[in-house]
Ligand binder design. Structure first.
Ligand code: PMV
Length: 335
């Protein structure tokens, strides 16, 4: 096992993944719908992996020993078998740092599991394609499958029972279109309900879930075409429609799921007001209270100023399309 350092950027889903496929092995973590994302340069995770006498997981300088660590060890076991490793997996020290401009509940499983996947592949000297790495990352976290690639990425749902056609594919590079994503932070807390439980609750109790799943493929095709044509109005329409359908589906669960706070709503309305005044931005919201705004890079500063002025907004950071995930040898000094 070789000491390595890997880097992966987070991503924002422009067309959302929400829901898991049923009737297939749960450990494959296959999505019920495809998704389309932009990799974000400003939200980056760096993960070092070294041989050790016992497993230890450090996250942002803190030793972690809860279920987060269990997921890390499970993922390393998976990577060890994918690498063709014989016998038990070598013990490892994992040091992961989220280089996010502020630590306000933005830490993401996408960049975390993508970086861990790259690190493990490097450390275990696995000869795997980017496609295979992406599929393995997906088993750690669905959105991580997209963070293996830079630029704009589509993750196909696929139909095969073994998940072999559930693939992430880059549809345009980071330099395809100078877009920006503003991350509007509306609170400092962690999200109240994890995505897996939220998704299951939707599938089991939301009457809107079949409609959510049934309309996703059309959104993906429309978003891909708009992206390739660099048509922001067309892309933005789909982005907002996908986001609000997902949240409507969540709100219609029993009991309801509502990730928003009053500042979330105020920020959305500020974006719509700006748009009415000729400053085009489009909102999306994940399983949390922060608002993400898609716009042209040239308009990002003007929109950032407007959003920073919304009462309750803590900070607004600007991300642009980011690069592929990478792995390399750990520099001597850190090994
Ligand atoms: O990858 P997970 O399990 O954290 O789920 C991600 C779900 C959303 O962020 C809400 C949507 C997405 O496609 O990233």
């Amino acid at each position: 096992m070789k000491p390595v350092r890997a880097t992966a950027c987070s991503n924002i889903a422009l067309v959302k993944y929400w829901g898991k496929r049923t009737g297939v092995p749960a450990e494959l973590n296959l999505p019920a719908v495809g998704s389309l994302s932009m990799t974000l340069d400003a939200l980056r995770t760096e993960t070092e992996l070294c041989p050790a006498s016992a497993d230890a997981f450090w996250l942002d300088g803190q030793l972690v020993a809860d279920e987060q660590a269990t997921k890390v060890w499970r993922h390393l076991d998976r990577m060890w078998s994918a690498a063709g490793g014989k016998g038990s997996r070598p013990r490892a020290e994992v040091r992961s740092v989220n280089h996010f401009p502020t630590a306000a509940g933005l830490a993401s499983s996408a960049s975390g599991f993508a970086a861990l996947t790259m690190a493990a592949a490097g450390a275990f000297e696995a000869d795997l394609s980017a496609q295979a790495l992406s599929s393995l990352a997906r088993q750690g976290s669905g959105s991580a499958a997209r963070s293996i690639f830079g630029g704009f990425v589509r993750l196909d749902r696929g139909e095969a029972a073994d998940g072999s056609d559930c693939r992430a594919r880059p549809i345009a590079g980071a330099d395809h279109w100078p877009l920006a994503l503003l991350v509007v932070q509306t609170t400092a807390g962690r999200k109240p309900l994890g995505s897996t439980s939220g998704m299951e609750q939707c599938r089991e109790t939301s009457p809107y879930y079949p409609a959510w799943v049934g309309t996703s493929e059309a959104d993906l095709d429309a978003a891909e075409s708009a992206l390739l044509a660099r048509d922001l109005l067309a892309l933005g329409r789909v982005v907002e429609h996908s986001c609000f359908k997902m949240h409507a589906c969540m709100m219609a669960t029993d009991p309801p799921i509502l990730y928003w706070n009053p500042t979330t709503v105020a920020a959305v309305q500020a974006v719509w007001q700006a748009r009415a005044e000729g400053e085009p931005g489009f909102v999306t919201i994940d399983a949390g209270p922060h608002v993400k705004v898609l716009c042209e890079r040239a308009r990002a500063e003007a929109l950032r100023e407007r959003l920073a002025a919304v009462p309750g907004v803590r900070d607004v950071l600007v991300a642009t399309p980011g690069p592929d995930a990478t792995v390399g040898p750990l520099p001597e000094a850190s090994a």
